[in-house]
Design a protein around this ligand. Structure first.
Ligand code: MV4
Length: 450
């Protein structure tokens, strides 16, 4: 097992990884920027290294500084968390070249799944359903329009190097197509330095369903059920839950088998997620694979009792997965993301000093956070303050516990999404499980205080 793990991250996920290391009796190294000197991850790690100024480009994203910090502190492994360098193949490669274990998949697995068009082809080759569309990137607008006419409108044009909604444009009809194509291409070029795009049939109201995958170096690959992340806004997830409302054991079996087959196609090692779109007619398709631990991993942990971060560390050290098939699912779990943002002002970030902090508790309630009374939320990073996760024996009980937990959750000093999330829990369509990726567009009244 590792002696010392460097956590190349900040915020709640850095604390989450430190906890897992402590349980495994592994020493920890925190890294921090000038803006994070007072952060809890620095306090709770055994060792800490300042890696630069506040902007992430000059600190959390600087590969040579992270490697140097690991070498100075004597870390034999690096956990990347999520975001920052978690899906950066070059970082994984540099770790390997420096004799430091990257706690995650191989650089080539990251690279392959990072190319969304290549990932699509890989999945199609092993019989995982993919959204009808072009076999790979398209050369020019005429070729693309030809495919679009074959597939049938509406279509969506996606950046091969994209993911998370960047470089994506919908074309409703042939007249609309050239404009959408050029927009997607130029957005892809400026965001990713790669203008490759491909075309898919556009699904109007899909559910976003993702399967949690874990693989080890002994050839074991399992899934731990799905999460429904349909409640999003501009590709930012706001609420995640499991099981997905409306999921049946039969559908889970089929989707889960496909997800595992897809991960097996690349001999996947570590924690990963197969994202799928579930259409209104019950058909489902592979969308993307994320090669990291995700923000919402705690949902699956609460539902299954499996500690995914400990599993990640164990399999990176060459051990076998401690679970060999999908565990029993314990009722229902819902997670909300508490952000320092104002929903009434277009979710504008609201950094500043936390004057009062009182997290909720009680049966079935988990709070993952790095904030405390007196903590100052810096303006440089994403605005996640806390993840509130509630479990119940039924979905209704989980919602009830969430409502109470949100009522008892006090954060003063910055605007937060807490009141908005409380309104979502009271929403009849949400309560009925009628969620899809257009939920918030339809229920836009939720954004304003009544
Ligand atoms: C789609 C789609 C409809 N049809 N692809 C959004 C993020 C990126 N990973 C892919 N996304 C979508 N791809 C086809 N062919 C709708 C979305 C989409 C979406 C997906 C999941 C969750 C929220 C979403 C919000 C808007 C669009």
């Amino acid at each position: 097992m590792f002696k010392k793990v460097l956590i190349a991250n900040r915020g709640e996920i850095a604390l989450r990884v430190i906890r897992a290391c402590r349980e495994l009796d592994i020493q920890t190294v925190a890294v921090y920027s000038d803006a994070d000197r007072e952060s809890l991850h620095v306090r709770f790690a055994d060792d800490d290294v300042c890696i630069g100024p506040a902007p992430a480009r000059e600190s959390y994203l600087k590969i040579p500084r992270l490697i140097a910090a690991a070498e100075i502190a004597g870390a034999d492994a690096i956990h990347p968390g999520y975001g920052f360098l978690a899906e950066n193949a070059e970082f994984a490669e540099t770790c390997a070249a420096s004799n430091i274990t990257f706690i995650g998949p191989t650089a080539s697995q990251i690279r392959l799944m990072g190319d969304k068009a290549a990932a699509r082809r890989t999945m199609a080759d092993v019989g995982v359903p993919i959204i009808p569309g072009t076999p790979g990137p398209v050369e020019d607008v005429d070729e693309a329009l030809g495919f679009a006419r074959e597939i049938g409108f509406p279509v969506i044009i996606k950046a091969a190097a994209g993911g998370g909604g960047k470089g994506m444009r919908v074309a409703n009809d042939p007249d609309d197509f050239a404009r959408a194509f050029q927009l997607a291409r130029s957005e892809a070029l400026s965001a990713f330095g790669n203008g490759d795009v491909y075309v898919e049939k556009y699904l109007a109201r899909p559910r976003h369903i993702e399967f949690q995958i874990m693989g080890d170096r002994h050839g074991n690959i399992i899934h731990l059920g799905e999460r429904d992340c349909s409640v999003q806004r501009r590709h930012q997830k706001l609420i995640e839950e499991a099981p997905s409302p409306g999921m049946t054991p039969e559908l889970r079996q089929r989707m889960g088998d496909d997800a595992v087959r897809g991960a097996r196609a690349i001999d996947y090692v570590g924690a990963g997620t197969i994202e799928m779109l579930l259409d209104t007619d019950g058909s489902y398709y592979f969308m993307e694979m994320n090669t990291r631990i995700q923000v919402e991993h705690g949902v699956t942990e609460m539902l299954t009792g499996v500690d995914l971060v400990k599993e990640q560390i164990r399999v990176a050290a060459g051990e076998r997965l401690s679970v060999t098939s999908m565990p029993l699912l314990r009722g229902h779990v819902i997670e909300v993301r508490v952000n320092a943002e104002d929903p009434a002002r277009n979710f504008q970030p609201s950094p500043g000093r936390i004057e009062v902090f009182n997290p909720p508790g009680g049966p079935g309630v988990r709070v993952d956070t790095h904030i405390y009374t007196g903590y100052t939320v810096p303006p440089y990073y994403d605005s996640l303050l806390a993840k509130l996760i509630c479990q119940g024996s039924t979905r209704a009980e989980a919602i009830k516990r969430m409502q109470i937990a949100l009522d008892f959750f006090i954060v003063e000093g910055v605007a937060t999404t807490i009141p908005f999330l409380g309104r979502v829990m009271q929403n009849p369509r949400f309560q009925a499980g009628q969620v899809d990726t257009k939920f918030l567009e339809r229920e836009s009244d939720l954004l304003r205080e009544p």
